[in-house]
Design a protein around this ligand. Structure first.
Ligand code: NDP
Length: 240
């Protein structure tokens, strides 16, 4: 049977492109989402990919959801930890809630999902975990202390878990996208976005499909010697 992939935040933006690319490459895919039922229903209607709603920052909710997925489809072979949010403000204006929400959704989610699939992956001698970091976790970004810390944490998480999984066939890698044309980036004021694009040597924002292509590369069965890496997909904006 084809390998089963779980994509968190897999119904919109970059996650949607990842879900579709995996489906097109022959994987079985389940997409998670957080609350936008309308977008999720449209996604399933258009792609035929099932969508499951839960908050990836909530461990018990993730546990229940993954148990239900395993009961329905069998063990999860591939996890793409993609769900993420921003709550931007300079630190002197950032509330504890803005910090907490961002760290929880972007970073604790990687613990929650990975923790709940890792034992089965280790037992079966195969697993692929791909964590979506960010250029802003590599380089920092004004107004994003919370997001940069969470994304930077993803890169450390990836390298540590990669060491634990390597001898058991479980690879763990990260992708650090640059600015990609999704709703998250459309929320950036146009004047700021113009300045950002001017700093991208490729001269354009990324497409969600650019990120999906890197995911496909990392999850392949024969990518088994690639672990603990971060692939930057950013049009040359930051070379790390
Ligand atoms: P979008 O805002 O377009 O989509 C976010 C997705 O995550 C949605 O499916 C959303 O579900 C889901 N989500 C959000 N919160 C939760 C939650 N608590 N539980 C479950 N699902 C949740 O984001 P992008 O596609 O732009 O970003 C995808 C990833 O890429 C993120 O991790 C982001 O940080 C990262 N990234 C994005 C960049 C960009 O330029 N766009 C640049 C660098 C990194 P719902 O539809 O229900 O809201």
């Amino acid at each position: 049977m084809a390998r089963l992939a779980l994509v968190t935040g897999g119904t919109r933006g970059i996650g949607r492109a990842i879900s579709v690319a995996l489906r097109d490459a022959g994987y079985r895919v389940v997409a998670n989402y957080g609350g936008n039922d309308e977008a999720a229903a449209k996604f399933t209607e258009e792609t035929g990919i099932p969508a499951r709603k839960w908050d990836v920052g909530d461990f018990p909710a993730t546990e229940a959801a993954i148990a239900a997925i395993v009961a329905e489809y069998g063990p999860v072979d591939i996890v793409v930890n993609n769900a993420g949010i921003t709550r931007d403000a300079t630190l002197h204006r950032m509330s504890p809630e803005m910090w907490e929400q961002v760290v929880r959704t972007n970073l604790s989610s990687c613990f929650n999902t990975s923790r709940l699939v890792i034992e089965s992956m280790r037992e079966r001698g195969f697993g692929r975990i791909v964590n979506i970091g960010s250029i802003n976790g590599q380089a920092g970004q004004y107004g994003q202390v919370n997001y940069a810390a969470a994304k930077s944490g993803i890169h450390g998480f990836t390298k540590a878990l990669a060491q634990e999984g390597a001898a058991r066939g479980v690879t763990v890698n990260a992708i650090a996208p640059g600015y990609v044309d999704t709703e998250m980036v459309r929320a950036v004021p146009p004047a700021v976005l113009e300045k950002i694009i001017a700093r991208i040597p490729a001269g354009r924002l990324g497409h969600a499909e650019d990120i999906a292509r890197a995911v496909l590369f990392l999850v392949a069965d024969d990518a088994d010697f690639i672990t603990g890496s971060t692939i930057s997909v950013n049009g040359g904006q930051h070379m790390y």
